[in-house]
Design a protein around this ligand. Structure first.
Ligand SMILES: Cc1ncc(COP(=O)(O)O)c(C=O)c1O
Length: 425
């Protein structure tokens, strides 16, 4: 490659700045993590040049002998990671993202139809309400899942937990063809067996979208959705710590439909460089060190949650069982948006989030979502998490105190300096 090709200073300059931001600031966005050097190297490899529509040994392009090996390794490792004893599952590693994985599952299992004046012509899906921690792809009206299908939603109980009696009532009244469990902002354990009972009662397929908790599932820190669920989707870049991407796993008898819903149903050529990176990440997740990492993610989240509450902040459901927590600012003059901006100035990156019974707009919100996967990857433990929680509380008490924000920002830089992410960073 000639020097000239590296001379795009506009883009490489911004990449260098982003590298510094990641190095110097605290990343508490619950859906983000730091992939390994090996994972990043695979995404930047020659595999980005290769077309490979189809599945291994059944491709629509020549020259696929090496990418076939890679995709088969990825499939085998994913199966070994997620498959419980005595239960056979099929795997598709090609979805470009979590949203793509969900779209393919809907295409495979549901009949779509446009909303009409008389109602909805598409099959019904029932998932957790977006403002209660669900995801856009679980039937929200602004997403294809809510435009092609009839999206119905269950909500959290006032104590912040999923209420299975309410889920059952909603299932009985909406008769969904697909029941979805899984969330983007739910800090508690999901009872897959209880969801399956309800799915069976109304004759629905059960989909678990474990995009957030996949790492905790494969390391045994959260119950496995199999054998309870018919289909499981996930992203590969959150607690699983791989490249950005999606994954579908399902009962064997559904795999033919699921595979063809990915290609040619919703995607063209698979991203073989990302599939290689997924294979590497799955290999990393099979190591004992990944089990230790996920245990630490949860211990860190619990330490942070405890300290936030000791500092007088309220958390949805009163704590956490997993990698994230939701600070509830419903009773505060400081909104989620104010908090996100002030914490950003202090070098702490979080995202505003709606909370149950939200009274502010989705652009403002009354919540802040905080997660520990990324800071745990860089080696932080309970002590650092308690320190960070005290700083968050200080910022949320006085978000307009610019001098304080600057002081905390300097302290955050010092802390981050002791926990490098990548060798050269
Ligand atoms: C539960 C859940 N499902 C699906 C997705 C979508 O994943 P992606 O951003 O890779 O499309 C997310 C992402 O935040 C998520 O939290």
């Amino acid at each position: 490659m000639s020097k000239q090709q590296w001379a795009d200073t506009e883009v490489w300059g911004a990449i260098a700045q982003e590298r510094e931001r990641q190095r110097d600031e605290l990343e508490l966005i619950a859906s983000e993590n730091y992939a390994s050097m090996a994972v990043m190297a695979a995404t930047g490899s020659v595999l980005t040049n290769k077309y490979a529509e189809g599945l291994p040994r059944k491709r629509y392009y020549g020259g696929c002998q090496h990418v076939d090996v890679i995709e088969n390794i990825a499939r085998k490792r994913a199966r070994d990671l997620f498959m419980p004893p005595d239960f056979d599952i099929g795997v598709n590693v090609q979805p470009h993202s979590g949203a793509q994985a969900n779209a393919a599952v809907f295409l495979a299992l549901l009949n779509g139809g446009h909303p009409t004046e008389d109602g909805h012509t598409g099959d019904a899906i029932l998932g957790l309400d977006l403002s209660n921690g669900g995801h856009l792809t679980h039937g929200s009206s602004v997403n294809s899942s809510g435009r092609l299908y009839h999206g119905a939603h269950y909500r959290l109980r006032d104590d912040g937990y999923i209420d299975m009696n309410h889920v059952r009532e909603m299932a009985r009244s909406h008769k969904p063809k697909l029941l979805i469990c899984g969330a983007s902002a739910y800090p508690r354990i999901i009872d897959f067996a209880a969801f399956r009972e309800i799915a069976d009662e109304v004759g629905a397929y059960l989909l678990a979208d474990i995009a957030h908790i996949a790492g905790l599932v494969v390391s045994g820190h959260h119950p496995n959705p199999f054998p309870h669920c018919h289909v499981v989707t996930t992203t590969t870049h959150k607690t699983l710590r791989g490249p950005r991407g999606g994954l579908i796993m399902g009962q064997r008898n559904l795999m033919k439909k699921l595979n063809s819903a990915v290609f040619p149903g919703t995607q063209g050529g698979p991203l073989m460089h990302v599939i290689a990176a997924k294979a590497i990440a799955f290999g990393e997740a099979q190591q004992p060190s990944f089990h230790t990492y996920c245990g630490q993610v949860i211990s860190n989240a619990k330490a942070m949650a405890q300290t936030l509450m000791e500092e007088g902040l309220s958390l949805v459901s009163g704590g956490t069982d997993n990698h994230l927590m939701l600070i509830d600012l419903s009773d505060s003059d400081v909104s989620g948006k104010d908090g996100e901006i002030a914490l950003g100035k202090a070098g702490i990156t979080v995202n505003k989030n709606t909370v149950p019974n939200e009274r502010r707009s989705p652009f403002v919100t009354s919540g802040i979502r905080v997660g520990t996967p990324a800071i745990t990857t860089r080696g932080m433990k309970e002590e650092e998490c308690r320190w960070i929680a005290r700083k968050i509380a200080q910022v949320l008490r006085t978000p307009k105190d610019e001098a304080l924000l600057q002081t905390i920002c300097d302290e955050v830089h010092d802390l981050c300096g002791n926990f490098p992410i990548y060798p050269e960073l």
